[in-house]
Design a protein around this ligand. Structure first.
Ligand SMILES: C[S@@+](CC[C@H](N)C(=O)[O-])C[C@H]1O[C@@H](n2cnc3c(N)ncnc32)[C@H](O)[C@@H]1O
Length: 383
């Protein structure tokens, strides 16, 4: 496979298999490939779609016009491409019967570049590669690190979680003993996690997986919750997200016709209103600092319910964390319209499909300065 040698310090040039030019490899949730490409057409139309497999789409970078600098893609597409889980520059593929053989080819591919970290992840975590021998990402990573050190290449320590600014060697495990090799520069929180997959786990005492989903959202968007603040969740049962908010020291109101788990319901800083979001009286929607929404209803209905809370008289929440469920993947094309709705309410939205979520998008939106009123004024009008 003809590949160019990357420069010794930072790899600027990368060639896809066959040496056809610079390629980006973008990982997404299996099934989200078309939604990812629709977003790319809106946000980065200068990229051309290349090959794709479940969980990965490659894009060719545009050639530089005469006398013009080459298009330099951002380190990360966060938050512009909501369905991009990880973005790496392709260096090529390696294949071989054993891990040792493939690693030998990686060393030949990367030359003398020094790396701050190595990320090893599955192209599709649900693929058959999981069942193949020699594909445990932890073991593969350890073997790559050992080989790099033996070859005199400097790499950082044992923690696979990178720091912003780190130069990362990526190894994407595919089926049939084939690995895609590339690199990226860590920047945002998800780009510090191998494959953009949230490294947190669900502790046994949490009442639902929504605890982990909110945990990922808080880390992804750096949501500045403060103890003592008030939050309301629309679609609160059985209560994992409320549990996470309570652990952050917030006073939490859960709105849901279904019952919240007793472990959450008995918390002294929690109350439940057993009703649909649209049945809550407007005057009761004042005074919340954060609005969380996770209802299993159409995105349009979720936006209507959110709109009632954030535009209710005297209501000035600092931020919104909303899950917009996608009944079909094709609905994702409406994401720009949905985000425009958050802006119209005076919020700056960012969107991402969380790695712990399903067929849905998480939107975190913070009140913009221009539309923010002094908090004491808000409090007075609540009285
Ligand atoms: C995915 S679950 C929410 C999980 C929850 N956030 C947690 O942390 O465990 C969706 C919930 O939305 C609720 N729901 C659906 N429509 C609703 C509405 N109009 N108002 C309030 N809750 C609603 C359902 O009863 C269901 O409990």
């Amino acid at each position: 496979m003809p590949v160019s040698s990357p420069s010794p310090a930072v790899p600027h040039q990368s060639l896809a298999p066959g040496g056809r030019g610079d390629f980006l490899l973008v990982a997404c949730q299996g099934g989200a490939e078309a939604a990812l490409c629709a977003g790319q057409q809106q946000v980065l139309p200068q990229l051309t779609k290349g090959v794709w497999r479940r969980g990965v789409v490659t894009f060719r970078l545009p050639a530089a016009a005469a006398g013009q600098p080459a298009f330099d893609p951002p380190d990360d597409f966060f938050p512009d491409l909501a369905f991009a889980r990880a973005v790496i520059r392709s260096l090529g593929q390696v294949a071989g019967a054993t891990t040792a053989e493939r690693i030998e080819k990686i060393i030949a591919l990367i030359g003398s570049t020094n790396w701050d970290n190595v990320h090893v992840w599955f192209r599709d975590p649900r693929s058959a590669a999981r069942a193949e021998s020699e594909t445990d990402p932890v073991a593969v990573r350890a073997a790559i690190l050992t080989a790099l050190r033996r070859a005199g290449v400097q790499t950082m320590g044992d923690d696979p979680i990178a720091r912003p600014g780190d130069l990362i060697l990526d190894c994407v495990i595919d089926e049939g003993g084939r690995w895609w090799i590339g690199w990226h520069r860590a920047a945002t929180p998800p780009s510090c996690w191998p494959g953009g997959l949230y490294p947190g786990a669900l502790p046994a005492d949490k009442v639902s997986r929504a605890w982990l989903k909110l945990d990922e959202a808080l880390a992804t968007f750096a949501v500045p919750l403060a103890a003592g603040e008030r939050a309301v969740e629309l679609g609160a049962a059985p209560g994992g997200a409320c549990q996470r908010l309570l652990e952050a020291g917030l006073h939490v109101t859960g709105i849901d016709p279904a019952l919240v788990d007793a472990r959450v319901a008995r918390h002294p800083q929690f109350e439940q209103w057993r009703m649909r979001a649209r049945d809550v009286r407007l005057k009761n929607l004042r005074g919340f600092d954060w609005v969380v929404a996770d209802m299993n209803i159409d995105p349009k209905s979720t936006l209507e319910a959110l709109g009632r809370v954030v535009t209710a008289p005297g209501s000035r929440p600092r931020g919104i964390i909303a899950t917009l469920k996608l009944p079909e993947w094709s609905r994702a094309v409406a994401l720009p319209e949905w985000l425009a709705q958050f802006r119209a309410w005076g919020y700056a939205p960012q969107a991402r499909q969380l790695s712990t979520g399903g067929r849905e998008v998480c939107v975190a939106a913070f009140k913009t300065r221009a539309s923010r009123r002094p908090r004491h004024a808000t409090r007075r009008s609540d009285a």
